[in-house]
Design a binder for this molecule. Structure first.
Ligand SMILES: Nc1ncnc2c1ncn2[C@@H]1O[C@H](COP(=O)(O)OP(=O)(O)O)[C@@H](O)[C@H]1O
Ligand SMILES: [Mg+2]
Length: 408
């Protein structure tokens, strides 16, 4: 006969039951992380991705011949072919005069990657944007504001609940000393395995931070700083954002205190949206939340984009009827463009197994030197990601140009 615990769950030993589940899950994450480390080096110091001559030359904006002539000493692979890291490519961009430098008086642009619905690809899009913009030569900071800490796990190659201590996290800084000097913050900004992409990490303790900030916000607990609890991220970022060109804030799928902090620190918002009805309904609620926040705080955003995410085309032709069946995603895309016009980005993040598989390997397709599946699938995914990155990059250049025009 079966006992209750065998098939129904916790019973009387509820605490132990969940601790066991947690241990089992953590062991699996550690094994996954160890496997990546064995193959590619540890999370922070993973072997850097390199590119061959054709791609490296394209990134520099010069021919492959120019590259070989100007950098004959580039490291070579076993086949004797030159391989270029992003750091090396950036050096060559300077030598070639093709490195982008944002206008001297311009500021870093802070983008809140924010939405209401979970699982839409927000973190995936954040990290692909971070890696893609870094490949353009920009310096990028990713700040993980989500207690689910996927950006820390995938972007940092870490098991966050196991490997991050208080001093690695921004929590106490946000509660006690957001206007403090730079040093304490620097200890919580870490390099990642991707050149010019830094990370302010998170783990589950961000849940506690949120509760404490809410208590301060509601006056139940005395704030330990003069800066209002919803402006703490903005205050901290004020000290460091200009070391970067772009700051991407990976916000949780709520409009709670952590997201509010992200939104109030941001110059703009990119909201990832799956082209499905429930997701669209969630966007309606999100825009309502944004309007509420703006009317309560007087916040202005200079940039807002809806990024269609996990798009599945699936157009199929019916040879008998001679008709073409349009996928539900395609129909929703059309509706979204009709409804929200220019707010919807032209390019979309398509659903791709290659992108999903990269996340399982604690990486992005841009950080992966080799496809996880077929080369064709990788190239298609890369094309999709590049289109999204190019569009955001071009928007950023426009924003910086506008800012420097205003200064004249
Ligand atoms: N474009 C995509 N193609 C395939 N899988 C994706 C894509 N974007 C996200 N995913 C997968 O969907 C899941 C949720 O993505 P995630 O970025 O964590 O969403 P969110 O941050 O909105 O919760 C993850 O398993 C991720 O690997
Ligand atoms: Mg996420």
């Amino acid at each position: 006969m079966m006992t209750r615990n065998e098939w129904m769950g916790p019973g009387e030993d509820t605490y132990e039951y969940f601790c066991n589940l947690n241990d089992q899950g953590t062991d699996e994450l550690v094994a996954l992380r160890d496997q990546q480390n064995t193959q590619r080096g540890d999370g922070q110091h993973r072997h850097e991705r390199t590119w061959g001559a054709t791609k490296a030359a394209e990134m520099i904006g010069r021919s492959a011949n120019w590259l070989r002539e100007n950098d004959p000493e580039a490291p070579k692979n076993l086949a004797g072919r030159g391989r270029w890291s992003l750091g090396r490519i950036n050096g060559l961009r300077v030598a070639a005069g093709t490195a982008y430098k944002r206008p001297v008086l311009s500021n870093a642009i802070v983008l809140a990657m924010s939405k209401f619905k979970g699982g839409v690809g927000n973190t995936t899009n954040t990290l692909h944007l971070a890696h893609g913009l870094a490949m353009k030569g920009l310096k990028v900071l990713v700040w993980d504001l989500d207690a689910q800490h996927s950006a820390t796990q995938i972007g940092g190659g870490l098991v966050p609940d196991l490997e991050l201590e208080d001093e690695d996290l921004p929590n106490s800084l946000l509660l006690e000393n957001p206007s403090g000097i730079l040093d304490p913050l620097c200890s919580v900004v870490r390099g990642t395995y991707f050149h010019n992409v830094d990370l302010v990490p998170a783990n589950s303790s961000l849940n506690d931070l949120e509760i404490k900030l809410i208590a301060q916000y509601q006056g139940q607990e005395k704030a330990q700083t003069e800066i209002a609890p919803e402006y703490r991220v903005a205050a901290v970022l004020g000290h460091i954002k200009n070391f970067y060109d772009v700051v991407l804030l990976d916000c949780p799928p709520t409009l709670g205190m952590n997201t509010m902090n992200g939104l109030l620190a941001a110059d703009g918002v990119i909201t990832s949206l799956r082209p499905e009805m429930l997701d669209r309904a969630s966007l309606v609620a999100f825009t309502d939340g944004l309007a509420g926040l703006i009317s309560n705080t007087g916040k202005c955003f200079s940039y807002f984009r809806i990024l269609i995410s996990q798009f599945q085309d699936g157009i199929s032709a019916d040879p008998i009827k001679g008709s073409v069946k349009v996928s539900a995603h395609k129909r929703n895309e059309g509706d979204l463009r009709a409804l929200y016009g220019n707010a919807v980005m032209n390019s979309m993040m398509h659903h791709s197994r290659e992108i999903g598989a990269a996340a399982t390997g604690m990486s992005t397709i841009l950080a992966n030197e080799k496809p996880v599946g077929s080369r064709g699938a990788y190239n298609r995914a890369e094309g999709v990601v590049n289109a999204v990155v190019n569009e955001v990059y071009s928007d950023l250049l426009t924003l910086w140009d506008m800012e420097s025009d205003d200064d004249e």
